[in-house]
Design a protein. Structure first.
Lengths: 472, 441
């Protein structure tokens, strides 16, 4: 069914004389369960299917979608898309960077197929995790656990001859816990994600990690001390390294943002033509290489071809401390005179594909975690974060430690109560002097676009050591 | 009875025939249009046609839900949903969907928004208004969004209703320099009251004033909040008033009912009123929406409820049911008695903030958070705007901000933008004392 209607829509659009047309037809089965303090609030199951068309006509782009699978409706949305594209009346006509057409099929392997896991089994799994949490010796006042399973079949076809079928099974989960000890509350949130089957749980160690969170929160309440504000060294665990790489490297390197296409909502970038930062500018120390890589098997942000039919590949964003390569779709690539690097993603058939990250992380170095710590005389080990944010040019950021410890003379001492680093992108990456060998990935949902499109990504990465930063 | 309402009712009947205890079905035929623009040009125009029925049912307190598209595959979907219910788990806190026959207010939806197919001209009205303020070098970007929904709701517990919901909103950000911008929004449920040039003019005015920003300094300031940034704060407080958020402790209002949480000048309401982008005459259970006073002259009066949370809290539904959890629709802060200018005059050394983004919490229960002002940050000295600033952050506590409100303007604006000021609100200018500001080091 996906192919039939999509091919019909494409032919109808091409016959109307547009310069370019593409159609994405998608069928997405989704099951979500939500447990509040062990009680199943609701089990939601949906099968969403629909298709969209995007055209270039008279130098403008028009996009229209529907979930009514009729030829009448198909013609209506094509006519709408063309009408809207022409109404743009652009002085600067939009073109796409050249791309080879491709005919292929791709999918993600599952060891234990999600289709074969019954709702009872899914519910039981999370009930079991909740039970383990409530008996871990910490006073957990509230828990919220949720799980979403997606089975996404997609058919992409464009007027240049590309024709791609794909199937991606994906599973995600969230936990949010509130620990109350000595009348004080602390909270922790974690996200888990995997492209593949039910075997995800073996990778996640979800129960172990949430119980660890609970114990950390208890320690924060009962044993932590405030950090004495000042300049000191900082070791970031994968959780903190990952959010920093995502926010202060991945986002500012999105070419649509650099070109201003997101200027109103998600903002611009500190990188812009004619500004102090551009490709070739030093932004970090030579040990900092940050990549975005959709090709990591079973990663949450995995894909083989993007939503413009471009083959996915690893992108070196900051390479040895130098701004190296932006994330591009075909529109941004044409504007900057280059080729797309396969960064165009859409969350569903009713959303325009825009420039997105996939899995963004610092490449590992040579150090063990112990070696990073033993060379710190006085500093902070920020293993994970709670509050975080960054300005819309992606330069001023703040991370507040959730699990954090004081380091003295190369040894980890007592827990710290919410230490804060508030600094700039350049200051953060320029003082990194060492990177650990081990990489730990974490799942996240990256927000961008209007209407919002939360896309699955990996963050995480290695431990990194920063010298002489201000912590409060 | 319309065909769509008949088909919605059939879904409910089929689920009942299969043994469901309670069933809700809500069909929405939605026409959504959007124009996205940047650098003064239209980037893409988008049209969505959506035909969907949300179905929720309960069987022996097992609650399951699904979505049916364009009334296709109804039999299979309803059977699958019943099968799911039978293998699901009991939710002992499920209190049933709201019961009764209700008379709903008449919808005031604007049929012109159903037919509006080419809204690009409104975008250029806004861009031109910004340009008038800033000059030809202005760079403007944003979105125009229109919505028209026909909604049909049938509940096995009595409620049956038809609603029409229309909205149009424009969000424009104008840059006068690389780091000098202003943001304006224009929100309405009707085309008649929609004035896109107003948003463009405001964005342009702020962008012009914001030229030549200097890095701001850390400290504790008295701050005048523009309606747009107040929209973000109002949305946060109202979301924290959802009974579900209280239950999972994603709220700083836990155990604070009946307590003083703000000065007497503060009254906050939730009201899915006809002027609002979120206009609706019934909630997702079919309970009539109404004005709910969340904070009455400083006292926290109620949480926002669906029928189940209301039973848990031993009260009545407030008409805020989403399909699963209660949610605020449209937040209103009661106006004060001050002119906008009087708020500025009150500030000896402080700030005027016009917008913010990226609000994140360390701890919802305690309320510690930070957020990053953008689009016009100004130093106020002796009641007057003296200097444009940049690169600062509000790092404070959401209850402290509420408690430190000292002055509210008469003037209010209906605001909404993206996820940052959502749900929409009717927001005044507000003076808040002793706001903690931090910056990068």
């Amino acid at each position: 069914m996906l192919e039939d209607i999509a091919d019909y829509v494409l032919k109808y659009a091409v016959d109307k004389g547009v310069k370019y047309a593409e159609v994405r037809a998608q069928r997405q089965t989704e099951e979500t369960l939500m447990l509040r303090s062990g009680i199943l609030e609701a089990y939601v199951w949906t099968v969403d299917s629909g298709f969209c068309v995007r055209v270039i006509a008279d130098g403008g782009i028009g996009f229209a979608s529907t979930n009514k699978w009729t030829k009448d409706e198909a013609r209506e949305i094509v006519d709408l898309a063309i009408k809207h594209a022409r109404a743009a009346n652009r002085s600067e006509k939009i073109v796409f960077a050249k791309e080879k057409s491709v005919e292929t099929k791709w999918d993600v392997r599952q060891k234990q197929k999600l289709e074969n896991i019954s709702p009872e089994e899914k519910i039981a799994k999370f009930a079991e995790i909740n039970k383990a949490l409530t008996s871990c010796g910490v006073n957990i006042a509230a828990t919220m656990l949720s799980c979403t399973v997606n089975l996404i079949s997609k058919y992409y076809v464009n007027s240049e001859g590309s024709r791609i079928n794909s199937f991606i099974p994906r599973i995600g989960a969230h936990s949010f816990i509130t620990v109350i000890e000595q009348g004080k509350a602390e909270q922790a949130y974690q996200q888990f994600g995997y492209s593949g089957g039910w075997e995800a749980f073996k990778e996640w160690k979800m129960e172990e990690k949430i119980i660890h969170d609970a114990k950390v929160l208890k320690d924060v309440i009962t044993k932590s001390k405030a950090v004495k504000p000042g300049v000191m060294d900082l070791i970031c665990g994968p959780n903190v390294t990952g959010i920093a790489a995502h926010e202060s490297c991945g986002h500012p390197m999105e070419a649509d943002r650099i070109l201003g296409r997101e200027m109103s909502q998600a903002g611009r970038s500190f990188i812009y033509k004619g500004g102090p930062y551009w490709i070739g500018t030093k932004i970090g120390s030579s040990v900092v290489t940050i990549v975005d890589d959709p090709t990591i098997e079973h990663s949450y942000g995995y894909y083989a071809y993007d939503d413009e039919g471009v083959k996915a590949r690893r992108r070196f964003l900051y390479k040895e401390g130098i701004i190296n390569e932006f994330l591009h779709n075909r529109e941004s690539a044409a504007k900057l005179g280059t080729r797309s690097n396969g960064s165009s993603r859409s969350i569903n058939y009713d959303r325009e594909a825009i420039v997105r990250m996939a899995n963004t992380f610092v490449l590992p170095g040579d150090y063990t975690e112990e070696e990073l710590i033993e060379d710190v005389k006085y500093g902070v080990y920020m293993k994970s974060f709670t509050e975080w944010n960054i300005d819309d040019k992606r330069f001023n950021q703040r991370y507040v430690g959730r699990e954090a410890y004081l380091i003295e003379n190369g040894e980890i001492k007592h827990p710290l109560a919410r230490p804060v680093i508030e600094t700039t992108t350049e200051k953060f990456w320029k003082v990194v002097d060492a990177v650990s060998k081990n990489v730990e990935f974490e799942a996240a949902t990256c927000g961008k676009g209007d209407p919002a499109q939360g896309v699955p990504v990996f963050t995480g990465g290695p431990h990194i050591r920063l010298r002489g930063v201000y912590i409060k | 009875m319309s065909e769509a309402l008949n088909k919605t009712e059939e879904i409910v009947k089929k689920a009942k025939a299969l043994g469901a205890d309670e069933v809700l079905a809500k069909t929405t035929f939605g026409r959504y249009r959007q124009v996205r623009f940047s650098n003064n040009q239209v980037d893409i125009s988008v049209a969505w046609n959506d035909y969907a029925t949300d179905v929720a049912l309960a069987w022996k307190k097992r609650v399951v839900a699904t979505k049916i598209y364009n009334f296709e595959g109804v039999d299979g979907a309803v059977k699958r949903l019943m099968d799911l219910a039978k293998i699901s788990q009991e939710n002992p806190t499920f209190g049933g969907f709201v019961k009764g026959k209700f008379k709903y207010a008449k919808s005031n939806a604007d049929e012109k928004l159903r037919e509006l197919e080419n809204p690009t001209d409104y975008v250029f009205e806004a861009i031109n208004a910004a340009e008038k303020e800033v000059g030809s070098k202005v760079e403007s970007g944003g979105i125009l969004f229109t919505k028209f929904e026909d909604v049909y709701l049938v509940s096995s517990e009595g409620p049956t209703g038809v609603d029409k919901r229309s909205a149009i909103e424009l969000s424009i950000r104008a840059f006068s320099e690389r780091e000098a911008s202003g943001h304006g929004v224009e929100c309405s449920s009707t085309l008649k009251n929609f004035k896109p040039e107003r948003a463009g003019r405001k964005a342009g005015e702020i962008a012009r004033l914001a030229k030549g920003p200097k890095a701001g300094e850390e400290g504790v300031y008295d701050v005048v909040f523009d309606p747009l940034i107040m929209g973000s704060l109002l949305a946060t407080w109202a979301s924290m008033a959802s009974a579900f958020m209280v239950m999972v402790k994603l709220s700083a209002f836990v155990d604070k009912l009946g307590q003083k949480v703000a000065p007497e000048i503060v009254t906050l309401k939730d009201n899915a009123a006809q002027y609002s982008l979120a206009n609706r005459v019934f909630d997702d259970e079919g309970a009539p929406t109404k004005e709910n006073v969340i904070i009455d002259r400083g006292i926290l009066k109620t949480y926002l409820h669906n029928n189940s949370t209301a039973k848990l809290f031993k009260t009545e539904t407030t008409g805020n049911a989403g399909l699963v959890v209660p949610t605020a629709w449209n937040v209103e802060m009661e106006p004060g008695d001050a002119e906008k200018e009087e708020l500025f005059k009150e500030v000896k050394h402080g700030l005027y903030l016009t917008n913010t983004w990226y609000t994140r919490f360390q701890n919802y229960a305690k309320g510690d958070f930070s957020t990053i002002p953008r689009d016009g940050i100004f130093l106020i000295e002796k009641g007057e705007i003296k200097q444009s600033l940049k690169d600062i952050r509000i790092s404070d506590n959401i209850l402290n901000l509420l408690n430190n409100i000292s002055m509210i303007s008469k003037e209010r604006q209906h605001v909404h933008w993206w996820g940052e000021a959502d749900p929409p609100s009717l927001a005044p200018y507000v003076l808040i004392k002793n706001v903690h500001i931090t910056k990068s080091r």
